[in-house]
Design a protein around this ligand. Structure first.
Ligand code: EPZ
Length: 445
C-alpha cells in the first residue's frame, strides 16, 4: 500500500490547474448508458473511482475508453447484463448512480446495496422512493436492489430527507424521468453544481429538463436520448482543498480552470478567516495570506452552503488558527473520522455529536497518521503541510479515489510530499495478533 511522507513548514506558492469534477463525472458516465450511440466526455479526471465505474459500466455492456488527455468515450453495445455486482459497488457507493439509467433504458436493474463508509450512514431510501414513484417495482433482497419497470411514468416526487435532499438520488430520479412517459416534477431536489451538470448533459442528449439548480426540477419525458459530446466541469472540492493548502501554509496560490461561482461559501469562510481572495480573470481564483488568520464558526450544509466535502479540510486549517473555531456538519453528522488523527498531530478538538470545537494551537507536529476516507485523507495532508517535522499518512488509497495527482500539484507549489510504497520502505505495519500481546500478570492469591 502507498503512503505519503510530508515535510511540513513550507509556504505554498504558484499556479495550478484544477481537474475535472469527480462528482459530476460519475452520474454523467452512468447516464451515458441510457443513450443511443456514443458519448464523448472531455476533462474526465483519472481517478480510482472513475476507473471503478468504467469497469462496472463495461460489465453492463458499455464500451469505455479513457485516454490520458482526459477524453472518455462511452458506447452502449449490448443490453446484456443489468446486474451491478457487489464486488464493484462495495468499492464505490456512487455506483448506485447506474440504477436510474438502467431502469430507463432497459426496464430492469439489479444493483448491490452500497456498502457503509466512514462518513456515516448512507441509506438510499430516497432513491428508491423516487424510482418507485415513477412506476418501478422495487424489492430489496439479498443485499441487492431488484427493480423492474415496463414503462416509467412521470410523477410528482418529493426528495427531501432528514439531512436535506440527496445529490445522487436526484441524479438517479432525473435520469430515469428523462425517458419516462409524461412529466415529472421533483421538489426538494438537490441544487449542487454536479446535479446541474447532469441535467445539462441529459438535455444535450435530447432530454427536456428545466429548473436544475433549484429545488424544483421539471422533466418532460422523451422517447430516446442520443450520445453527445460534453465537457466535465472543474472539481470545486479539489479547488477548495488547494485553496486551503495555501491558507494553512501561509502561502499564496492561483487556481486555473476553476468556477468561482461554485465556491462562494468556501470563499466567504476563507475571507472571514482573513485570506485575501480575488477572481480577477475568468475561471481563475487567487488566494493570498497577508495577515494572521482568525478562527471561524461554520456549518456544512447542502449547496450553496459550505460543502460537507470541505468540512474536514477546513477543520485542519482551523486547528492552526489561534482561538476557538466551531465546526458543524448537518449533511453527514458523523463525518468526523479525521478528528482523532488530527489530534495525533497535536490538534485540540472536542467533538460533541455533529459539532466539533477546535482550539487552535501555535504549531501542529508531524506524526504517523492513518487516512480513513477521501476527504479526511486530504485534511491530514493539509495538516502535514503545516506541521513541524515529518508526517506519514498511511492508506493513501482513500485519497487516490478522488484527487488526480495531488502530490504532483502540491510539489509544483513547493510542498515536500513523497509517495512511498510501505513494503518498499520496509514500513509495513507488522500484524500484531493476540498471541503477541503480553498477558497481564495474575495477582498472587
Ligand atoms: C454525494 O453523495 C457526493 N458523492 C458526496 O461526496 C457528498 O458528500 C454528498 O453528495 C453530499 O453533498 C457523489 O456525488 C458521488 P446524499 P450522496 O445522498 O449523493 C442522506 C465525496 O467525498 N440520504 O446527498 O451519496 C444521507 O445519509 C463524496 O466526494 C438519505 O437519508 O449524498 C446524507 O445524510 C462523499 N436517504 C444526506 O442525505 C437517501 O436515500 C446527503 O446524502 C440518500 C441520502
Amino acid at each position: 500500500m502507498d503512503m505519503f511522507v510530508v515535510q511540513g513548514g513550507r509556504p505554498l506558492a504558484g499556479t495550478v490547474r484544477v481537474s475535472g469534477s469527480k462528482n459530476a463525472t460519475l452520474p454523467i458516465m452512468a447516464a451515458a448508458l441510457a443513450a443511443d450511440g456514443e458519448t464523448t466526455l472531455e476533462n474526465v479526471p483519472d481517478l480510482v473511482d472513475v476507473r471503478t465505474l468504467s469497469k462496472l459500466l463495461q460489465s453492463l455492456g458499455v464500451a469505455v475508453q479513457h485516454d490520458p488527455s482526459g477524453r472518455m468515450t462511452l458506447r452502449p453495445e449490448d443490453d446484456g447484463s443489468s446486474t451491478a455486482d457487489y464486488h464493484l459497488v462495495r468499492q464505490m457507493r456512487a455506483s448506485v448512480c447506474v440504477l436510474g439509467p438502467l431502469l430507463a433504458r432497459r426496464g430492469h436493474a439489479c444493483v448491490s446495496l452500497p456498502g457503509g463508509c466512514n462518513i456515516g450512514h448512507r441509506p438510499i431510501d430516497l432513491h428508491l422512493k423516487g424510482l418507485a414513484a415513477l412506476g418501478a417495482e422495487i424489492e430489496v433482497r439479498g443485499g441487492y436492489v431488484h427493480a423492474v419497470a415496463k414503462r416509467l411514468r412521470g410523477a410528482q416526487i418529493y426528495l427531501g430527507g432528514v439531512n436535506g435532499s440527496t445529490v445522487t438520488g436526484t441524479c438517479n430520479v432525473m435520469s430515469a424521468a428523462a425517458l419516462a412517459e409524461g412529466t415529472t416534477v421533483i421538489t426538494a431536489a438537490a441544487c449542487e453544481p454536479e446535479v446541474v451538470a447532469l441535467a445539462r448533459f441529459l438535455n444535450a442528449m435530447g432530454a427536456r429538463i428545466t429548473g436544475e439548480g433549484t429545488p424544483r426540477i421539471e422533466i418532460e419525458g422523451v422517447q430516446r436520448i442520443t450520445g453527445t459530446k460534453f465537457q466535465i466541469i472543474p472539481d470545486r472540492v479539489e479547488a477548495a482543498t488547494l485553496l486551503i493548502a495555501a491558507a494553512i501554509t501561509g502561502g499564496s496560490l492561483t487556481l486555473e480552470q476553476v468556477w468561482p461561482d461554485h465556491l462562494t461559501a468556501v470563499i466567504e469562510v476563507l475571507k472571514e478567516m482573513g485570506c485575501s481572495i480575488d477572481s480577477a480573470a475568468k475561471e481563475t481564483l487567487t488566494l493570498k495570506v497577508e495577515r494572521p488568520l482568525r478562527p471561524v464558526d461554520l456549518t456544512a450544509l447542502p449547496y450553496p452552503g459550505v460543502p460537507t466535502d470541505v468540512q474536514a479540510q477546513l477543520m485542519a486549517l482551523a486547528c492552526t488558527l489561534p482561538g476557538a473555531s466551531v465546526i458543524r456538519d448537518m449533511v453527514f453528522p458523523d463525518r468526523f473520522m479525521h478528528v482523532s488523527e488530527l489530534c495525533r498531530m497535536g490538534a485540540q478538538i472536542r467533538q460533541q455529536g455533529s459539532m466539533a470545537i477546535v482550539n487552535g494551537v501555535p504549531q501542529l507536529t508531524g506524526a504517523h497518521v492513518m487516512a480513513s476516507d477521501l476527504r479526511a485523507s486530504a485534511a491530514l495532508v493539509l495538516a502535514g503541510l503545516a506541521a513541524d517535522g515529518e508526517t506519514t499518512i498511511r492508506r493513501i488509497y482513500h485519497l487516490d479515489r478522488g484527487y488526480e495527482q495531488l502530490e504532483a500539484k502540491l510539489e509544483a507549489l513547493g510542498a515536500d510530499v513523497t509517495r512511498v510504497n510501505e513494503r518498499a520502505a520496509g514500513l509495513q505495519l507488522r500484524h500484531v495478533d493476540d498471541s503477541e500481546v503480553a498477558e497481564p500478570k495474575k495477582k498472587s492469591a
